[in-house]
Design a protein around this ligand. Structure first.
Ligand code: BGN
Length: 399
């Protein structure tokens, strides 16, 4: 009897022990997992595409979270120690053949401006149709370069993105033929902000630059909203001596510049100007202010002015809503913008993100990331930003 009871007790104890062990182990695994693991809208393309095999570089283990900073030096190191695993998918021009070619010279020679007007394709086609339109001469990852001449610049178009598939389709269907006509060596990067943190347009741009430089020696970056389509071929997607504001005249704003320091929509930076400005700020969560901050970086940190093509050339069509609503305006954007914080203390060197994976699609390279959101209080403490005094309205005394 006693013997039996002891066996039963021992049996129950071992079951409880095994269950407890299982509970602890699963809890640990859950804790280590990324909080969000679905990549909604773009997946359909990855699965649906039958034209080109999609190569997925799963680099979930690569994380920049908790890295204190990514310094300019480490970016230079990234550039030199190109990650073989990733760059293997990236076709570069053969230097021997390429150097023997004449320099590409897309020139604007005709006075008749109507010949430069772009016909915008407004049909939202499935990705495989867009591939049929423009993919035949693309290298994987939305990379193209002319075959008959050599380019001086290597351009990365960095597009910030979250859940706007119809916009992305229209963008790709229109931007590829536009850039090919300008005879550019270009690659399209879509930086997708995964997760539920507030959208951070500027930080996604920094991520795009950091990841792009691991692949190829890009020397020109164009930062692009996905809903803007260039309308004139004379709006050349090249970098110059100064940072350029490209989207000067947008149809939504009646082809007029909203204000003289506007620097949103589409901008072009040489790699050295971008590094010199310490990239885009990382502290604008939600809508507004980050582009104005970048303008101030150019003027105050780079000590340069911005340049623009004329209103008659720098024309864009903005893709209207298609069920898209822009993010919540950031209530703290004025405080941050006017605080005169030190640009060395925030930007490219404080870009914290978790890289989930990089997908080499035919039409573009998709970079999936989660950004680490900082509260306004944390931003304020980190950058020593003083609270703005809210002026109380002066009440008139009742007589
Ligand atoms: C401005 C926004 C920009 C935005 C343009 C165009 C701010 C900060 C004000 C100090 N700036 O008002 O971020 O690109 O409108 O929509 O909100």
């Amino acid at each position: 009897m006693f013997q039996n009871r002891r066996t039963i007790l021992l049996f129950i104890c071992s079951i409880v022990f095994v269950q407890a062990l299982y509970y602890i182990v699963t809890l640990q695994v859950k804790h280590n997992q990324t909080r969000l693991i679905n990549f909604p809208s773009i997946i359909s393309y990855e699965q649906g595409s039958d034209i080109e095999k999609i190569i997925v570089q799963d680099i979930k283990n690569v994380t920049y979270f908790n890295n204190t900073s990514i310094s300019k030096e480490s970016i230079r190191e990234l550039k030199s120690s190109v990650d073989d695993l990733i760059s293997i998918n990236f076709t570069k021009p053969d230097p021997i053949i390429y150097n023997s070619l004449p320099i590409c010279n897309f020139s604007i020679s005709n006075n008749d401006s109507s010949i430069y007007k772009v016909t915008i394709n407004k049909d939202i086609n499935p990705f495989n149709i867009i591939e049929k339109h423009h993919g035949f001469d693309l290298h994987i990852g939305g990379h193209w370069f002319p075959k008959t001449c050599q380019t001086e610049q290597r351009l990365a178009i960095i597009v910030c993105y979250r859940n706007r598939e119809p916009h992305l389709k229209l963008f790709l269907d229109n931007i590829h033929p536009f850039l090919k006509q300008q005879q550019l060596d270009y690659t399209i990067f879509i930086v997708n902000q995964h997760g539920y943190e507030q959208f951070n347009r500027a930080m996604l741009f920094n991520v795009g630059v950091i990841e792009a430089l691991k692949l190829y020696s890009f020397n020109c970056f164009i930062f692009h909203d996905v809903d803007l389509l260039p309308e004139d071929l004379r709006n050349v997607y090249k970098c110059g001596e100064k940072p350029r504001h490209m989207s000067v005249a947008v149809d939504k704003f009646h082809y007029r510049l909203l204000y003289s320091t506007l620097f949103g929509g589409v901008t072009a930076f040489s790699v050295s100007d971008f590094m010199g400005a310490n990239g885009y700020p990382t502290i604008y969560w939600g809508w507004g202010g980050e582009d104005d901050d970048m303008y101030l970086r150019v003027v105050k940190k780079l000590k340069k002015s911005i340049t623009r093509y004329p209103v008659s050339i720098a024309r864009y069509k903005m893709i209207r809503t298609l069920n898209h609503t822009s993010g919540k305006p950031n209530p703290d954007r004025y405080t941050i913008l006017y605080s005169k914080y030190n640009y060395d203390h925030d930007g490219l060197n404080t870009t914290n993100y978790k890289l989930h994976n990089i997908v080499f699609n035919k039409l573009y390279i998709l970079i999936n990331v989660t950004l680490k959101e900082e509260s306004f209080e944390q931003i304020r403490m980190r950058l020593n930003i003083k609270k703005r005094e809210t002026k109380k309205p002066i009440r008139k005394k009742k007589v």
